[in-house]
Design a protein around this ligand. Structure first.
Ligand code: FE2
Length: 379
């Protein structure tokens, strides 16, 4: 399917998605990191997240510590091990810091588990009820690509700060929010020839439909290539593009990711804002690093995308990219990796009608990534 008719087909395709797994949204994203306390400070000071909840020795947890941060509808959980051995340590040794859990908000966690495991998902957590003085939560979970998990969270009967076992976290330090609203999409990188397998997983096991696909002709530069398909759930709130490397003259960015992450995993988290110029200026002032696009991009961009509401100057100043589809346009910008390894990064996106993913920017974007790969000696 080419992107030119993607939007027209999008609603039809989503209607056809069998919604045996109604998802209300992304509940939280949990990263396993080497030093959760310092990572929490980074996401507060640089990204404007607010402290929400905490679990650790003081709450009776002996083997790990977790800090929960929030900004509008986005909840981030940062978890580090407290002891020498264990699953969190193993995950960090193998992958570096990275996303362990993409949690999905549901009305019925037991049913979500049953519907997905009966269709072939491998369980990582049978439905379990957790209670405290704030009510009860039901959790269940399944494995997805790599060592990443989907946890289903049923929290309709819960009023606490996060989950049972967590207490409210109220440090005196607060930073100003940067306008991040919700997770627009989360992208997975998988190994050679594995994209179709994982798209089929999302279709068969979770009832997702394919919105759009890009092949190596769409996504290639002089040097590197990748392939991508975008899977969406029935109501369109959850969108998971899946990338795999493709043969190019040099090493693909997906291959670089797989090498350093030691397998498949979450490549980027795209977060939505209502004002990308303000959000990106605030993030840059606080030290978040973005990919650089040559100024020549702006010489011809309006010929390609037509009229836009924004002045071109501030977009050019910050290197914000623009793309258009049949329904409108979008503004987007990508950070450099936010971890030590060249693995996970963030995308900031503002949609003004467009439902697509910025295909018109792929070439400029990937050339920007290649310049970074060159500096790392991994191109
Ligand atoms: Fe994206």
């Amino acid at each position: 399917m080419s992107q030119d008719n993607t939007s027209l087909q999008l609603e039809k395709v989503v209607d056809q998605a069998e919604d045996f797994l109604p998802l209300l949204g992304t509940d939280y994203v949990e990263l396993y990191v080497g030093n959760a306390k310092q990572a929490a400070h980074y996401y507060m000071s640089a990204w404007g997240f607010q402290p929400l909840a905490y679990a650790g020795l003081e709450t009776g947890v002996k083997d790990r510590v977790s800090y929960v941060l929030v900004q509008d509808k986005i909840r981030l959980v940062l978890t580090s091990p407290l002891q020498q051995d264990g699953p969190v340590n193993e995950h960090i040794n193998k992958h570096g810091d990275g996303v362990k859990v993409v949690a999905l908000w549901v009305d019925d966690a037991a049913k979500s588990w049953k519907e997905t495991t009966s269709r072939g998902a491998e369980s990582c957590m049978e439905p379990k009820t957790m209670e405290d003085e704030n009510g009860k939560v039901v959790l269940s979970g399944i494995h997805t690509y790599g060592e990443t998990l989907h946890i289903f969270v049923e929290r309709g009967a819960y009023n606490g700060p996060f989950l049972p076992g967590f207490k409210a976290w109220n440090p005196y330090y607060r930073s100003k929010e940067t306008g991040l609203k919700f997770i627009d999409h989360m992208v997975g990188n998988v190994g050679w020839n594995e994209m179709n397998k994982w798209c089929e997983f999302y279709a068969k096991v979770m009832g997702f439909a394919q919105l759009v696909s890009f092949d190596d002709k769409d996504i290639s530069t002089d040097y590197t290539a990748l392939m991508s398909k975008v899977m969406s759930n029935g109501n369109g709130r959850i969108k998971f593009p899946i990338n795999e490397p493709a043969e190019g003259r040099k090493k693909s960015q997906i291959e670089e990711y797989i090498d350093f992450y030691n397998g498949a995993g979450v490549q980027h988290i795209a977060v939505a804002t209502d004002n990308i110029i303000e959000t990106v200026s605030a993030l840059k002032e606080r030290g978040v690093e973005f990919l650089y696009v040559p100024e020549t991009y702006y010489d011809t961009v309006l010929d390609r995308v037509g009229e836009i509401d924004e002045d071109l100057e501030p977009l050019k100043k910050h290197g914000i990219l623009i793309d258009r589809d049949e329904e409108g346009y979008l503004l987007q910008l990508f950070t450099k990796p936010v971890l030590d390894r060249p693995t996970m990064f963030f995308e900031i996106i503002q949609r003004k009608g467009a439902k697509s993913f910025g295909k018109g920017n792929f070439k400029a974007l990937f050339e920007a990534i290649e310049r970074e790969q060159e500096l790392r000696g991994t191109l």
